[in-house]
Design a binder for this molecule. Structure first.
Ligand code: OOB
Length: 559
């Protein structure tokens, strides 16, 4: 065993790094260049200060102005006592303050913990507590939800978020604008091998896992992604998905576009009604969607009066995009499709822009880096024959070696020699492209939104009427998969009563679970089918629910 490298961060023991020999190799190969994510902006602000960096509604911010703002916001955070190595839970939608916050934290070496706007008290409370967050940054009201209300419970409950900072009307909290009045920050910068932020894992466990990424490793994936997507100063990227997600953040996303000197257009939502006018107005050249949204866009494109002709590239990823839908992209949207199969833990695969249609339609791309090591293994852990399907394991210059503060889980999720067990079932084509065939992890991929079955099950077990529960995926034409909760009722359930979907949802909402994790269906069952070794057979439950849905839909057609 070689000793892990020890990034300069005080958090290093919590976040296993790359062994020194690998780190040396990645540096020698020119992947890790010794720069930091904050440097992306500084460089552009120096070279082309007047070039447009960000568009948020009527707000247009050039590179020079963005860098200036970031420096002041960094000063504002520092004035609150937030410094290098501190964690800040960032739950902002697609607004300029998201970028200001993130770059300000990069500047001082504090770590954003990326939450999604849809997260609620259960998730946010956990992030604050687990990371001992020094601050929590939120919008006032977003999509009808008052985030200040969510913050109300936090400090008392978790004692973690010591400062709540609000973009918009602050209520009793600190106004984001108050950060801006500070003197520009002049303190030391983080080191390239320091942790840069914690990203959220889709996960398959009872509590979400946090992904520690360093400046060196993430910047490599951003730079290489920008090159693969041929980004340049003329690129205009529409952020339609939630900005904090790894796909729109770095594949190549916001960071890739800023690295290339292009323009980031922030869309308040991903619907065609919002996005199409922005594409026309701003001359958007590239954007990223999950498969269900891509379908909605394809349908809407046929009817739209908006000019979408500037759109060169449509990236689709996060969940499997069907070949039938993939084939429609060029004729119906006039854009080149790029399939993206990535994960916040690291590995990202892209189809390349000049690949033949066959590869673009039928595969999920190939890895970014020549040093992304891919192993496809069978149940015995041995590599399968070329072209056969198996579990995907990976190791490389931007794939983590362990989750944040999770030694026990890491022992399962990574092999001894540092390969990450992705939980994806894939095969590799003769050209070296991956095709995603399924999933081995206990997760529901609800149109790109990941739901860890165990997390939902744990919450449901707290319901009086629930004796046991198993959460599984069920097929869905639109989202690909939805969530079905099979429940074995407890003796406390009054006879003649039923556990209704509405009741279950209300219960989980009350417990502060994000909406996308709530089951779409509840099936009551006397006992669970079991595997040979007496475990709940989720495979069998998926067969049961698939059959039930097929019968229902046949009945509907008959009537
Ligand atoms: C992206 O990242 P996560 O962390 O939300 O989810 C990763 C998981 C993968 O392990 C896989 O199960 C699934 O999402 N997935 C796909 C896929 N892209 C992701 N499954 C089938 N086909 C695809 N094209 O989802 C993500 C991160 C960076 C770039 C793109 C997506």
């Amino acid at each position: 065993m070689t000793a892990p490298s020890t990034p300069g961060s005080p958090d290093a023991p919590d976040a296993p790094g790359w062994p020194a020999e690998f780190a040396a190799r990645y540096r020698a190969a020119g992947y890790w260049t010794g720069a930091t994510l904050g440097g992306i902006l500084d460089e552009r602000a120096r070279v082309r200060p007047d070039a447009p960096a960000v568009v948020d509604g009527d707000r247009r911010i050039g590179y020079g102005e963005l860098a200036e703002r970031v420096s002041r916001v960094a000063g504002g955070f520092a004035a609150l006592g937030i410094g290098a190595g501190d964690h800040v839970v960032v739950q902002l939608p697609n607004v300029a303050e998201f970028l200001e916050t993130v770059f300000a934290l990069f500047r001082i070496g504090a770590l954003p913990v990326f939450a999604l706007p849809s997260h609620r008290a259960s998730e946010i409370g956990y992030f604050c507590e687990f990371t001992d967050a020094a601050a929590y940054v939120i919008p006032d009201v977003h999509e009808g939800f008052d985030h200040r209300r969510l913050a109300e419970g936090l400090p008392a409950r978790v004692g973690g978020a010591r400062h709540v900072i609000v973009a918009g009307d602050p209520g009793p909290y600190l106004p984001f604008d108050g950060l801006r009045v500070a003197e520009p920050y002049v303190g030391p910068r983080p080191a390239p091998d320091d942790l840069a932020f914690l990203q959220l894992s889709g996960g398959s466990t009872g509590v979400p896992k946090l992904i520690p990424r360093t400046h060196d490793d993430y910047l490599y994936s951003v730079r290489a992604s920008a090159e693969i997507c041929e980004l340049g100063e003329r690129s205009v990227y529409l952020v339609a998905l939630p900005a904090a997600h790894n796909f729109p953040l770095s594949s190549p996303g916001t960071l890739g576009v800023l690295y290339a000197g292009g323009t980031v257009v922030l869309a308040p939502g991903p619907s065609p009604e919002v996005a199409f006018p922005l594409i026309e107005r701003e001359g958007v050249t590239i954007t990223a969607l999950v498969p269900p949204l891509a379908l909605v866009w394809l349908d809407a494109a046929a009817r739209t009066a908006h000019d979408l002709s500037t759109l060169d590239v449509l990236q689709v990823g996060g969940a499997k995009f069907s070949a039938e839908a993939a084939r429609r992209v060029r004729p119906e949207l006039g854009a080149t499709l790029q399939q993206v199969f990535g994960m916040a833990e690291g590995l990202v695969n892209y189809t390349r822009l000049n690949d033949p249609d066959e590869l673009v339609v039928h595969t999920q791309g190939r890895p970014i880096s020549p040093d992304d090591e891919i192993r496809i293994v069978g149940p015995d852990g041995a590599e399968v024959a070329p072209g056969e399907t198996g579990d995907l394991l990976t190791r490389g210059p931007y794939t983590i070696r362990g989750y944040y503060r999770a030694p026990e889980h890491n022992a399962i999720a990574f092999t001894e020699d540092g390969f990450y067990r992705t939980g994806d079932v894939v095969r590799r084509t003769p050209e070296g492209y991956l095709v995603v065939e399924g999933r081995a992890k206990d997760q529901i991929n609800r149109g790109g939104e990941k739901v860890a079955a165990e997390e939902v099950e744990n919450h449901l077990l707290a319901h009086d009427w629930v004796h046991d529960v198993a959460v599984v995926s069920m097929p869905d034409d639109y989202l690909g998969e939805r969530t079905c909760a099979f429940v074995v009722p407890s003796a406390s359930m009054p006879s003649g009563r039923r556990l209704k979907l509405g009741t279950v949802k209300a219960f989980l909402r009350e417990r502060g679970l994000a909406d996308y994790k709530l089951p779409d269906r509840v099936e009551v069952i006397d006992r669970f089918p079991e595997t040979g070794v007496g475990k709940v057979s989720k495979k069998e439950l998926r067969v049961v629910i698939t059959r039930t849905l097929a019968q229902r839909s046949a009945q509907r057609k008959e009537n």
